[in-house]
Ligand binder design. Sequence first.
Ligand SMILES: [Zn+2]
Length: 73
Amino acid sequence: MEFSRHEPTLRPEQTPTGLSTGRFEVCCRECGDDEGGYDSQSGEVRDLRGPYPSKDRALEVLVLHRAMTERDW
Ligand SMILES: [Zn+2]
């Protein structure tokens, strides 16, 4: 039985030079996010990634995404 739960990760958004922007991103490898540049991701991955204005908001999205993929189809 295939278990397809997604395990997205939360990370601080950074500028290309590595400075923190104060916003947060949600990366889901199971959705195809390779944690590379935003421009190289698919539309779906971008939608999930955000960035979100606060850590709490990003965490909310992460938990919701995980819950959505937790079901046994
Ligand atoms: Zn996902």
